[in-house]
Design a protein around this ligand. Structure first.
Ligand code: VAH
Length: 318
């Protein structure tokens, strides 16, 4: 029986992952942790601990208390917040990751942490970005992600920790909103389309970025963690994607369901700089070949589901 510790469990990925893992495995063996508690189901319907991942003793203490054999490390600052506060980002994104890896080594635990398309930079081939290519990111978040991938591979090579990771694209979800990312517009737009029929987008027209609906992201994470280790040539981390679109294409898809929806633009230069440094589309063939990565939601199917679920939820954030 898996005993899973999730850090950053009340964030965009963690909130839904915690609930899904408690459905798949016995709920009392999925320990959610975050820097503070909230009233979300993830914090209420199973074991929860306050955890600051920058404290090695704290994470080891919780791991030993629950005898964990799997660590899913999600606690991190996303790209825009990291660019606004680079030293804090280094401390949390790298210090927290090192502590989580040290804990996995001590507990002989399997380990997952997400990388991102943010690990690529302006000199990376922009179309169908290969699994193995130039990675010289122009942001602190990207530096953290590349260094994180290398650190996870190091812990696998040197200490035989079973580390695995995914280079996630922008993730779109209706349960917990993202916080401080560059791709957040692709989530905010749905709330505003329903609320006010208008969205002012901070990313300019024609800016393509890879995206994925959260159900596909969670399935990819679980499929990777359950994949036969002997099949993995790569580990940290796999390119995965479901779609690539620019803001105007998402707006067009939303207008098929909300005909009077209007998008306007007020570009945020920092997040535009970040987006411009990332690929337009990435190649996920290594993930498909090595562990059978597949997706269920394309842009049309995701848009229908997002609007239906937000209307049913009453369109409140969080
Ligand atoms: C961000 N949502 O925007 C995250 C993600 C690829 C984007 O890493 O920072």
């Amino acid at each position: 029986m898996k005993r899973i510790l999730i850090t950053g469990a009340l964030g965009q990925i963690g909130t839904e992952l915690t609930l899904k893992l408690r459905e798949i495995y016995r709920g009392d063996f999925v320990i959610a942790t975050d820097i503070r508690k909230n009233d979300s189901e993830a914090a209420q319907n199973g074991p929860f601990e306050i955890l600051d991942v920058t404290s090695l003793n704290s994470i080891i203490e919780i791991a030993k208390k629950y005898k964990v054999d799997t660590i899913i490390h999600l606690a991190a600052l996303l790209s825009a917040k990291a660019e606004a506060s680079p030293l804090n980002a280094w401390n949390l994104n790298m210090g927290g990751l090192l502590n989580a890896l040290e804990t996995a080594r001590e507990m002989n635990a399997q380990f997952f942490t997400p990388s991102s398309i943010g690990a690529f930079g302006p000199t990376t081939p922009k179309t169908l970005t290969p699994q193995d290519t130039v990675m010289r990111p122009a942001t602190m978040y990207g530096v953290n992600k590349v260094a994180g991938e290398l650190l996870c591979d190091y812990y696998h090579r040197k200490y035989a920790v079973d580390t695995r990771g995914l280079r996630f694209p922008g993730l779109i979800s209706y349960i917990a909103p993202p916080g401080g990312g560059t791709t957040d517009y692709a989530v905010e737009i749905f709330y505003e389309a329903i609320n006010s029929r208008n969205y002012t987008c901070y990313i300019k027209e024609g800016t393509y970025m890879d995206m994925m609906y959260m159900p596909d992201a969670l399935n990819a994470l679980i499929d990777l963690m359950e994949a036969d280790s002997s099949r993995l040539t790569h580990r940290n981390s796999f390119n995965v994607t479901a779609m690539s679109f620019a803001p105007e294409q998402l707006a067009l898809e939303i207008r098929k369901h909300i005909p009077d929806f209007e998008i306007t633009y007020k570009v945020d230069p920092i997040r535009q700089m970040i987006a411009d440094s990332w690929p337009n589309s990435i190649d996920a063939s290594a993930a498909e070949a090595e562990w059978g990565f597949k997706i269920e939601y394309d842009l049309a199917k995701m848009t229908v589901d997002m609007i239906q679920k937000l209307l049913r939820k009453g369109n409140k954030k969080g």
